[in-house]
Design a protein around this ligand. Structure first.
Ligand SMILES: Cc1cc2nc3c(=O)[nH]c(=O)nc-3n(C[C@H](O)[C@H](O)[C@H](O)COP(=O)(O)OP(=O)(O)OC[C@H]3O[C@@H](n4cnc5c(N)ncnc54)[C@H](O)[C@@H]3O)c2cc1C
Length: 459
C-alpha cells in the first residue's frame, strides 16, 4: 500500500509520523506500507543545516517563519505521538499559562488561562515555527521526503488510483491515498473541490498583516507572573509579546512553567487593504508605520520594541473558505489545505495537529476492520475523518472571525465596547470560554461517532 503526502510542513510531517506509528508495516497481502512526502522546498534536518544552529545566540531568527502558539489541545497531540518529540518541542518553546489582555490606554482588562483540563494541566507552548518543524523533521527519515513540487492531482476512479503530477515534468506517481498537506494555497484542494480545474475556492486574503520579530527577554516586564503572554488591543491594531524560549537548564514538561530564556517575541497585526507583492515590501517603512501606530500606546515594552527591534517575519492572514468537502475519491486534505484559520483563533497549528492524529487513527481502525479492500477502507476512513473534523473546525473558525475584527480599525464607541467585552469575558467562569475547545479527546470522539453510526460504518 502506498500513501503519498503532498507538503512537508507541520501537518504533513505529523501525519506521516502518526501513520508510521499506528499502521502495521504491511497492511495486507504482505505488501509493505510505503509512505512518501513530496515537499516543494529542500527540507534537511537541523543537524544537516550548518548555517542554522539552534544553539547560536539568536537561533530563532535564523529559521523560516515566525512564532506559533500551540494550544494545549495541540500539545496533547504531540504528547500522544511520541515522548521524545513532545519533550523536544516543549524544551524549545516557552510554556504559557495565561494571556494577559490590556488596552492601548494602559488598562489591564483580563487574564485568560491558557492551560487545559487534564490532570496535571498542559500549558500552551509558544515556539518558533522553525523549532517545531525541526523537532518533527528529526523523526522522519530522509528517504521519506522527496524535494519535488506537485503541480496537480487527479482523483481516483473505480479502476484507477489517484495520480500525482510534478512541476518538473517527471513521471506521474500513483498512490492508494493522497493526503494534501500543502498549505493554504493547496493544489491538492483543487482536485478535491474543483476536479483539478481552476481553483473554485481560492484562499482569501483577510486584509490583515502580521509582522513580528525576536527580542531579548530582558525587554519583558520585570514584575510579570511567569508564563504570561501580553496582548494589547487598540483602536487601530494589536500588539503582543512574551517569552518564547525557556532557560537553558529548564527541562520542563508543559505542565509547569519556568523562567524565560534569552529569547522573547513580539508581533503586531494591522489592517492593510491591498497585499503588497514581495518586491514592494519595505521593512523600514513597516517599522515607521509601527512607530506611528503605536507611539501613543501606554506600555514601556511596546515603546522599547518599536524603537529598537527589526522585523523578522511578515505574515499576511490568508484563510481557506468553507470547502464543500475535504475528501474525494482517494484524496484527502489536512491542515491549512483544508482550513487555514484566522490567526485570532490561536488554533492554526493545533487544528493541523488534531487532523493528523484523527486521520491516522481512523485509517488504522479501518485497516483492521475487515473491509473488502484497502481502497474501500481508505475511502471510508477519509469520509469519517471529514464528518468528525469539519464541524469542530467550522466552530473554531466562526468564533475566530468575530475575534479577528478586534484587530481592525474601529471608532471610539466600538473600541470601548471591545474593551468592555474583553473585561466581561475575563469575569466569566473559565470553563464556559474554553472547555468545548480544550477538552477534546479524539479517541472518545471516534468511539462516539462509530457507536452512533452503528453497523453502517463497518464493512
Ligand atoms: C514558510 C512558512 C512560514 C510560516 N510562518 C508562520 C508564522 O510566522 N506564523 C503563523 O501563524 N503561521 C506560519 N505559517 C503557517 C503555519 O505553519 C500553518 O498555519 C500551520 O502550521 C499548519 O501547517 P500546514 O502543514 O497545514 O501548512 P504549512 O505549514 O503551510 O505547510 C505546507 C507545506 O507544503 C509545502 N507545499 C506547498 N505547496 C506544495 C506543492 N505544490 N508541492 C509540494 N509541497 C508543497 C510547503 O512548502 C510547506 O512546507 C508558516 C508556513 C510556512 C510554510
Amino acid at each position: 500500500m502506498k500513501i503519498v503526502i503532498v507538503g512537508g510542513g507541520i501537518s504533513g510531517l505529523t501525519t506521516y509520523l502518526f501513520l508510521r506509528k499506528l499502521l502495521p508495516p504491511s497492511p495486507a497481502n504482505n505488501t509493505p506500507l510505503e509512505i512518501l512526502i513530496y515537499e516543494s522546498h529542500k527540507a534537511p534536518k537541523n543537524a544537516d543545516r550548518p548555517e542554522i544552529s539552534l544553539s547560536a545566540p539568536s537561533p530563532f531568527a535564523q529559521g523560516v517563519g515566525g512564532v506559533l502558539g500551540i494550544s494545549p489541545n495541540g500539545v496533547r497531540v504531540l504528547q500522544q505521538l511520541d515522548g521524545t518529540l513532545f519533550r523536544n518541542v516543549v524544551n524549545h518553546g516557552y510554556p504559557v499559562r495565561q494571556f494577559h489582555f490590556r488596552n492601548s490606554h494602559g488598562m489591564a482588562l483580563a487574564n485568560f488561562p491558557t492551560t487545559n483540563f487534564t490532570d496535571p494541566p498542559l500549558h500552551t507552548v509558544l515556539i518558533s515555527r522553525q523549532a517545531l518543524w525541526d523537532a518533527l523533521r528529526d523523526q522522519v527519515p530522509d528517504s521519506a521526503i522527496l524535494c519535488k513540487k506537485v503541480s496537480g492531482v487527479t482523483l481516483g476512479t473505480s479502476t484507477q488510483r489517484p495520480r500525482i503530477q510534478f512541476a518538473d515534468g517527471s513521471s506521474d506517481e500513483v498512490a492508494d491515498l493522497v493526503i494534501g498537506a500543502d498549505g493554504v494555497h493547496s493544489v491538492v484542494k483543487q482536485a478535491v473541490t474543483s476536479n483539478g480545474n481552476t481553483d473554485a475556492y481560492p484562499a482569501i486574503y483577510e486584509g490583515l498583516v502580521g509582522v513580528g520579530g525576536f527580542m531579548p527577554a530582558s525587554y519583558l516586564p520585570k514584575n510579570e507572573p511567569l508564563g504570561t503572554t501580553t496582548m494589547t488591543f487598540g483602536a487601530d491594531g494589536f500588539f503582543g509579546y512574551g517569552a518564547c524560549s525557556p532557560t537553558p537548564e529548564a527541562s520542563h514538561d508543559a505542565v509547569s512553567t519556568c523562567n524565560p530564556g534569552n529569547q522573547a517575541v513580539w508581533w503586531s497585526t494591522y489592517a492593510l487593504e491591498h497585499l503588497p507583492s514581495k518586491g514592494e515590501i519595505d521593512k523600514d517603512d513597516i517599522i515607521r508605520q509601527l512607530q506611528s501606530r503605536h507611539s501613543s500606546w501606554k506600555d514601556p515594552v511596546i515603546q522599547t520594541v518599536i524603537q529598537k527591534v527589526s522585523i523578522d517575519s511578515i505574515y499576511p492572514t490568508w484563510t481557506t473558505p468553507n470547502l464543500p468537502t475535504w475528501e474525494k475519491d482517494g484524496v484527502v486534505l489536512v491542515g491549512d489545505a483544508a482550513h487555514a484559520l484566522q490567526t485570532s483563533s490561536g488554533q492554526g497549528v493545533s487544528q493541523a495537529l488534531e487532523d493528523a492524529e484523527m486521520l491516522g487513527m481512523i485509517i488504522a481502525r479501518n485497516l483492521k476492520s475487515g473491509f473488502a479492500s484497502e481502497k474501500k477502507a481508505l475511502q471510508a476512513a477519509a469520509g469519517s475523518y471529514c464528518e468528525l473534523r469539519v464541524p469542530r473546525v467550522r466552530k473554531i473558525s466562526d468564533h475566530a472571525k468575530k475575534l479577528g475584527d478586534m484587530k481592525r480599525k474601529k471608532n471610539l464607541v466600538v473600541e470601548w465596547m471591545m474593551y468592555l467585552f474583553m473585561w466581561l469575558g475575563g469575569k466569566l467562569p473559565r470553563d464556559s470560554n474554553t472547555e468545548w475547545l480544550l477538552r477534546y479527546n479524539p479517541e472518545e470522539e471516534i468511539a462516539k461517532f462509530f457507536l452512533k453510526k452503528g453497523k453502517q460504518a463497518d464493512p
